[in-house]
Design a binder for this molecule. Structure first.
Ligand code: NAD
Length: 262
């Protein structure tokens, strides 16, 4: 199948590590030129170097904190310039908010989670739009908490539905301009953040990390976590020409974890 990604101009946020890194790497492997950002310049540069060594693609790394409107706007505009004036693919992403139950939340915590997850998603739409052309597309990422509130992840659970609603609204509003907007739901994908989450859980429950991993894997019908490559493969498909008739769609990559019909 020809994915049509060679020489496409892509922007992937929060990509020094984890899901963003995996998506950027997979797009580069398909021949796209990719602008990536993260907050930590050293880790970002290391990620860019790895991608270039593995794929030979053109990578533009730049430090950006997506919770800052000014930083985000500057990164999107600079990246569009560096990539040649327009964007074919935009993949908004951000780190996850702190874990906690409702009892752990604070006004400041809610405001920070709003900036990190929902306001950044809104800003990616408004700042990217002038650089998008007919045939361009955006791919948002949320979380399985969108369909089923997750214990101890209340900030994520409350903010993600807004991102999903934004993605669907943009798909409806931009379809006449030839711009597609889709949305991916990661289930549990093995990233460094998930390792940290498991270590934290094990400490709080007084059990081993292996026990936590085994119990959480058993809750997934496929019996295991997804790999970053499996997640990135779904992203690559949705942003590619192979998905040219798909917009407003939500695809879960979760090993069967979501059992609801819709
Ligand atoms: P993560 O949340 O640790 O993200 C890592 C990347 O985000 C790093 O490159 C980091 O530098 C960057 N980042 C964090 N905050 C940033 C900011 N303010 N500005 C710019 N970059 C920032 O790990 P992840 O597992 O890759 O998750 C990515 C997103 O997907 C998160 O929002 C997470 O909550 C969500 N998610 C992940 C999973 C999973 O299984 N991994 C499941 C559901 C949802």
């Amino acid at each position: 199948m020809n994915l049509g990604l060679k020489d496409k101009r892509a922007l992937v946020a929060a990509a020094s590590d984890g899901l963003g890194y995996a998506v950027a790497h997979a797009l580069a492997a398909e021949g796209a030129a990719v602008a990536i950002c993260a907050r930590d310049g050293d880790r970002l540069q290391a990620a860019a170097t790895r991608i270039v060594e593995d794929t030979g693609a053109t990578i533009h790394p730049a430090v950006c904190d997506v919770t800052s409107g000014d930083s985000l706007r500057a990164w999107v505009d600079d990246s569009a310039d560096k990539l040649g004036g327009s964007l074919d693919i935009v993949v908004p992403n951000a780190g996850g908010p702190p874990a906690g139950t409702f009892a752990d939340t604070t006004e400041e915590g809610w405001a920070a989670a709003f900036q990190l997850l929902l306001m950044s998603a809104i800003r990616f739409a408004s700042t990217s739009r002038p650089h998008l052309r007919p045939g361009s597309n955006m791919l948002y990422m949320t979380s399985i908490s969108l369909r089923e509130p997750m214990g101890n992840l209340v900030y994520s659970t409350v903010m993600r539905p807004g991102v999903a609603a934004l993605a669907k609204t943009l798909a409806n509003e931009w379809v006449d301009d030839g711009i597609r907007v889709n949305h991916l739901i990661p289930g549990t994908i093995a990233t460094p953040r998930i390792d940290e989450f498991e270590a934290d859980l094990a400490g709080r429950q007084g059990v081993s990390v292996e026990d936590v991993h085994r119990a959480r894997s058993a809750e997934i019908p496929m019996g295991r976590y997804g790999t970053m490559e499996e997640f990135a493969a779904a992203a690559v498909f949705l942003v590619s020409d192979a998905a040219s008739y798909i917009t407003g769609a939500t695809l879960q990559v979760d090993g069967g974890k979501i059992k609801a019909v819709f």
